[in-house]
Design a protein around this ligand. Structure first.
Ligand SMILES: Cc1cc2nc3c(=O)[nH]c(=O)nc-3n(C[C@H](O)[C@H](O)[C@H](O)COP(=O)(O)O)c2cc1C
Length: 216
């Protein structure tokens, strides 16, 4: 079977999915996200906190990768990474960002566009110290996004840093940074098996949020 045949044989949006009434919704996209996120957790969606974070580089070329959502509050969506990584450098040059979530089991997608800025240093520090041992070691040992010529260099660095972290549990990786993505638009997309999908977009205005439906 060719890849093309395999692809044509795969179902999409063919399972039972919840309905979504875009009229009866909260006034802010953050409140609707909190409710959709709780529904994703309840439905047993795998890694519902994994999202694609898109940035642009100095040439305006897009880049995207999966990150974990660390928090959500009135400031926006939080994620954490190393400020010297490719995405960290891209964000320093251009804070525009897009986040996207796909909760397959519910036929739901959320798309957030806005700008991301580093949180206060103590927020990043607290986030770092709350991470599991292995994650702290990985960040301290790593030079994220730089070329790695030899896997054994990584093993040696992990072993060396593991000893350091075990001896000093308060060690913090300097570059570890929490970013706050402040939304400008947030779109909620609910699939429908008959393809009459529902799209609801919130747009930030001078005095709050306005909502509009979009053609699917
Ligand atoms: C499920 C999943 C979760 C991830 N979570 C993070 C994360 O929270 N922070 C992070 O820096 N990288 C995370 N990564 C790795 C990133 O996708 C990416 O490879 C790395 O951050 C380097 O990206 P960059 O070169 O664009 O800076 C995750 C990858 C996956 C698949």
């Amino acid at each position: 079977m060719t890849i093309r045949e395999m692809l044509r044989g795969l179902p999409v949006l063919a399972h039972d999915m919840p309905s979504f009434d875009p009229v009866d919704v909260p006034g802010t996209p953050l409140d609707l996200f909190a409710s959709w996120f709780a529904a994703a957790v309840t439905a047993g969606v795998d890694e519902p906190h994994a999202m694609t974070v898109s940035t642009v580089d100095a040439d305006g070329a897009p880049d995207a990768r999966v990150l974990i959502l660390k928090d959500l509050d009135e400031e926006g969506w939080h994620f954490a990474t190393t400020s010297t990584s490719a995405k960290g450098r891209q964000l320093a040059g251009n804070p525009r960002v897009a986040l996207s979530f796909h909760w397959r089991e519910l036929g739901r997608q959320v798309r957030i566009r806005g700008v991301a800025h580093p949180a206060r240093p103590e927020v990043s520090r607290r986030d770092f110290l709350a991470r599991p041992f292995g994650s702290r070691v990985a960040t301290l040992a790593g030079r994220q996004s730089e070329p790695l010529t030899d896997r054994s260099a990584l093993d040696a660095e992990f072993a060396r840093v593991s000893e350091r972290v075990a001896a000093d549990p308060d060690l913090v990786a300097e570059g570890h940074t929490v970013y706050l993505a402040r939304p400008e638009t947030v779109e909620y997309w609910q699939a429908d098996r008959q393809r009459r999908h529902v799209r609801l977009r919130y747009r930030r205005t001078a005095d709050g949020w306005e909502r509009e439906l979009l053609w699917p």
